[in-house]
Design a protein around this ligand. Structure first.
Ligand SMILES: Nc1ncnc2c1ncn2[C@@H]1O[C@H](COP(=O)(O)OP(=O)(O)OP(=O)(O)O)[C@@H](O)[C@H]1O
Length: 213
């Protein structure tokens, strides 16, 4: 069977840090090892234990990243929590050349930048069921200091604000139960048109846990 039309477009995945984007992607790649290619971003942040150069990210020093910016190598880039993150044209091109659907994990500022290009991806927003759940996940992952959790929660407000703008994302998936979220995500990744979830009202909860943007 030929691939569905949307399968031929890149898939942009966005959502706050800690919402479970990597978790969903890891499952997808395990189930379909040949269908998808992850657009490996460049970053200036330090690798976490178990991360390898060229797999989760291309880890580069700040000076190198700034050189690449000047050379116009990035489709989008942003500074987030004190580190640069960016997607190079070359990486996305390479995935398509390999005959795979390219999946990009992009934060809000990058989504805005991609909208200025002719990439024409499907935009999928992964939402937490609540801000409390997001905080618990960030803490539970055990990779962040308290200050870093706080920074990421503050940054999540930008992600959520963008998701609330009309026509920015093609669909929302609430990662409440990971099994349920994965089943929807899988359909989207395979190019099926699904209605997706309704974005939860998260703003009251931001206030409730005292996040300052
Ligand atoms: N539905 C879920 N319910 C409970 N915990 C979850 C769920 N999905 C993911 N998690 C857990 O939440 C934590 C954060 O998930 P993950 O690292 O996938 O987030 P992320 O969105 O990729 O974050 P980042 O953008 O910082 O890389 C992990 O410890 C993961 O196991």
């Amino acid at each position: 069977m030929p691939p569905l039309p949307d399968f031929l477009r890149p898939l942009v995945l966005s959502g706050p840090s800690g919402v479970g984007k990597s978790t969903l992607l890891t499952r997808l790649f395990a189930e379909f090892p040949d269908k998808f290619g992850f657009s490996v971003s460049h970053t200036t942040r330090a690798p976490r234990p178990g991360e390898t150069h060229g797999k989760q990210y291309y880890f580069v020093p700040r000076s190198k990243f700034e050189e690449l910016i000047k050379a116009g190598a990035f489709i989008e880039y942003a500074e987030f929590s004190g580190n640069y993150y960016g997607t190079s044209f070359e990486t996305v091109r390479q995935v398509a050349t390999d005959g795979r659907r390219c999946i990009l994990d992009i934060e809000a500022q990058g989504v805005r930048q991609i909208k200025q290009t002719d990439l024409d991806p499907v935009y999928c927003f992964i939402s937490p069921p609540s801000m409390q759940a997001l905080r618990q996940r960030l803490r539970g992952r055990g990779t962040e200091t308290d200050a870093s959790v706080q920074k990421r929660l503050a940054a999540s407000i930008k992600e959520i604000a963008l998701a609330k703008e009309p026509n920015v994302h093609d669909l929302v998936i609430v990662n409440d139960d990971v099994e349920r979220a994965y089943q929807i995500f899988k359909q989207v990744a395979l190019g099926e048109k699904v209605p997706g979830d309704v974005l939860p009202r998260l703003e009251d909860e931001e206030e409730a846990i005292g996040i300052q943007s």
